[in-house]
Design a protein around this ligand. Structure first.
Ligand code: GLY
Length: 368
């Protein structure tokens, strides 16, 4: 097996490494010890991931000389709540955690978001190490410092920016995902390829990436995605400009996800949203001719949906309640060609036209 790849991330608030490789959990403790000056590592995990990987993570942290404590939360987005957040804070206090200690988020995006938010707020902020175990969290949510919980009024409405001190992405963890959860991460991988990597886009259009793909290649693809996100976050940590492009496919994708009652995976909804927006913007002359078909082909090659059967009024209703709305407009990310996109301030009237042109007009593979 080849050496892990370390991607250096530089932001205005913190510099850190994202280490991508296979079978890294055994060296987690040493890596944490090198990255942070902590006495105790407090591991946050969930009921899916804990039984698989918690013991190995704790043993490695212990061997490296760190005291350990942990909490295992019920798995699922429906548990990304104030209640779970409160439970994490109580357990951290109960373990006697201080500002000299570190939180370790072991799990997918939900665990990463909640553990990160707890770390951002406990004693006004302590360090966090992200150990993503899903493809989606490896290529997207563990990098860049967004942390959040959901409240009744909306998903991710309460949060903070806290860059991790280290990210350890062990692709061996991908082997225990269901094919659906693996493919969910591919939605974000295709998005990154459309934004910034025409070569990866070409390869993904030819053949699917799966858990059975050669592990060296998987490591390279995850690292390539981390570099794409790194380059954006290094320029715009707080999403005032360039980082908004990472929302490609998300205006309609989030709306589909919310309208489905969060029964559809985030990455599947992003893929459908990406295809919907591109079908519309191509017809409006904002994207190059043929782009929608190329993106549809790439999504289909990865087993991702290219459309949604959700009624237009439901999509519009959800899209206009998005937290990223600005008054009577939204910042829509338009892919102009593979490797180039732009953020367009779009009125709600134009958005309605975009939904009309792009949603429910693909040929097949719709989310309902
Ligand atoms: N997931 C998009 C971002 O981190 O900005």
């Amino acid at each position: 097996m080849s050496e892990p790849i370390a991607v250096a991330v530089t932001t205005s608030s913190r510099d850190y490494e994202v280490v991508v490789g296979k079978d890294l959990l055994g060296s987690l403790g040493e890596r944490v010890k090198r990255a942070v000056h902590a006495d105790t590592a407090f591991v946050v995990t969930d009921s899916n991931v804990g039984p698989l990987y918690l013991d190995r993570a704790l043993a490695s942290l212990d061997t490296a000389g760190l005291a350990t404590a942990s909490i295992t939360l019920p798995a699922g987005e429906q548990h990304k709540t104030l209640t779970s957040y409160g439970a994490i804070l109580d357990a951290m206090a109960h373990a006697g955690l201080t500002r000299d200690d570190v939180v370790v988020a072991l799990g997918g995006g939900v665990v990463g978001d909640m553990a990160g938010f707890a770390a951002a707020t406990y004693m006004r902020g302590i360090e966090v190490v992200q150990v993503p175990t899903t493809l989606l969290s490896m290529v997207d949510s563990s990098v860049g410092g967004k942390t959040a919980i959901d409240v009744a009024a909306g998903k991710n409405l309460v949060g903070a920016f806290l860059q991790p001190s280290l990210v350890v992405a062990d692709i061996a963890c991908l082997s225990t995902l269901t094919p659906y959860v693996f493919a969910d991460g591919m939605g974000e991988v295709v998005k990154h390829a459309v934004l910034a990597d025409s070569q990866l886009f070409g390869t993904l259009s030819e053949r699917p990436l799966t858990q059975d793909t050669d592990s060296s290649y998987l490591v390279e693809v995850v690292a390539a995605n981390v570099r794409i996100k790194r380059d954006v976050v290094a320029t715009d940590e707080r999403e005032r400009g360039l980082r908004q492009t990472l929302n490609l496919g998300h205006t309609i994708g989030h709306a589909i996800e919310a309208a489905s009652g969060y029964t559809q995976g985030h990455g599947h909804c992003v893929a459908a949203g990406l295809c919907c927006v591109t079908r519309a913007t191509e017809q409006l002359g904002w994207s190059e001719a043929g782009l929608a078909t190329r993106i549809e082909r790439c999504c289909l090659a990865q087993g991702l949906p290219i459309d949604s059967n959700i009624p237009h009024e439901d999509i519009l209703h959800q899209a206009t309640f998005d937290k990223k709305r600005h008054g009577d407009s939204v910042n829509l990310v338009v892919p102009t060609r593979v490797g180039k996109s732009e953020v367009r301030r779009t009125s709600l009237g134009e958005l309605s036209r975009i939904v009309e042109l792009g949603c429910g007009t693909g040929m097949q593979e719709s989310l309902s």
